[in-house]
Design a protein around this ligand. Structure first.
Ligand SMILES: Cc1ncc(COP(=O)(O)O)c(C=O)c1O
Length: 377
């Protein structure tokens, strides 16, 4: 199976022929039945700062949500149907699954289930910070390990740290905020030899966007390794961030443990309806990837034209230099109606830009070119 087919469990058939030719996306969207783009913010600003999917939920999910509204007075969000569809989509069993209020809930319950005063968390810096924030309510040590020069997780150093005692290791792969991948072979070599007291949280929020062949997902471990938790979300590729649905894929014994911690009766009625429809919509993964590729190529071309360095990305965002003060740059972009990035120490000389729709990225491109004329970037 080719890499993309492998990554998306066969849902992205036909992708191989995608060229990302500029202009193709308009026609493509025009042909998508029932397609309506995701909304910009109420004041007309364009948000390019939260790694959302700008397409909006799929037409099928939109209709399913409308149809499900009348069920909103009842408990029960088609939980079993969601589990069945998700298991089918991933090629796993329902016993392997834990549903959460976004993958954020999964990360939170992983800290509850595995973390403790004698079990430190080992994670990269910079990476998605959420998991270490639960330290505020439940004391555990956090060891941060800087990314390597090519912005991969420093697998060797993280591994050394884990040798001292039971540990929880967080891998964000692809990594947010850098968009870079860490070689899956290096991670696999560690997982294969690690004791069960080293728990691996494999956050794969952006896996469908990966184009680098050195990356593959971690699902193959779940049957043999109860200490591997694969964490995924409906927020990105399925454009359901506001509906809040994420999940863990694990060994059945780990799923039992995690399910004891999650809020019962997930998902809610509307998220459940949207999830079932999205999982049955065979084009949605392909559409999201296509739009992302188109937006990405506009951004890369613009940055290259301006000579602004950027980090090779495998996600729906990238980091780039701006030649100047980051806050001033963001404020100026906000004045132009474009919300871009936030601080990601220690990379304070880079801005993280999330990809919007191609026409939104055209607007960003003309704005940053204008900044160059003014000597601002
Ligand atoms: C790497 C990563 N993991 C998890 C999340 C949380 O996503 P959600 O709670 O919407 O599933 C995000 C959100 O941006 C993220 O970037």
């Amino acid at each position: 199976m080719d890499r993309r087919g492998f990554v998306t469990s066969g849902m992205a058939a036909g992708l191989a022929g995608f060229t990302g030719a500029s202009g193709a996306i308009g026609t493509f969207l025009d042909r998508a039945p029932g397609f309506a783009r995701g909304k910009t913010l109420a004041n007309g600003d364009i948000r390019l700062s939260s790694n959302e999917n700008p397409l909006g939920v799929s037409p099928a999910a939109r209709q399913a949500i409308i149809d499900a509204i009348v069920d909103s007075n009842r408990y029960g969000g088609r939980r079993q149907e969601v589990l069945d569809e998700l298991a089918r989509f991933l090629g796993v069993k329902t016993e392997n699954l834990t549903l959460g209020f976004g993958s954020t809930e999964i990360l939170q319950v992983c800290t509850q289930a595995f973390q403790g005063p004698n079990t430190p968390l080992i994670m990269a810096e910079p990476t998605f910070e959420d998991v270490m924030d639960y330290q505020d309510t439940m004391p555990f040590e956090v060891h941060t390990v800087p990314l390597t020069a090519d912005l991969q997780h420093d697998v060797g150093r993280m591994r050394e740290l884990s040798k001292k005692r039971p540990s929880v290791v967080y891998f964000c792969n692809p990594n947010n905020p850098t968009g870079t991948i860490t070689n899956s072979a290096d991670i696999d070599a560690w997982i294969a030899e690690a004791p069960e007291t080293t728990v691996f949280l494999m956050d794969e929020a952006y896996l469908e966007y990966v184009t680098d062949d050195r990356y593959w997902h971690a699902l193959k471990w779940i049957e043999q390794k109860p200490n591997v938790v694969v964490i995924r979300t409906f927020s990105k590729i399925f454009a359901m961030a506001g509906l809040r649905l994420g999940y863990a894929v694990t060994h059945p014994t780990t799923a039992v443990r995690l399910n004891e911690h999650v809020i019962q009766n997930s998902p809610n009625v509307l998220a459940g309806a949207a999830a079932v429809a999205s999982l049955r919509d065979e084009g949605i993964v392909e559409r999201s990837i296509k739009v992302n590729e188109e937006a990405k190529s506009i951004v890369i071309q613009t940055l290259d034209e301006l000579g602004l360095d950027h980090v090779p990305t495998n996600a729906n965002f990238l980091m780039h230099r701006i030649n100047g003060d980051l806050r001033t740059y963001r404020n100026r972009m906000a004045d132009a109606g474009l919300l871009v990035g936030r601080d990601f120490p220690p990379m304070l000389d880079h801005n993280r830009l999330s990809f919007g729709l191609p026409d939104e990225m055209d607007r960003w491109a003309s704005t940053i070119k204008d900044f160059r004329k003014k000597g601002w970037v």
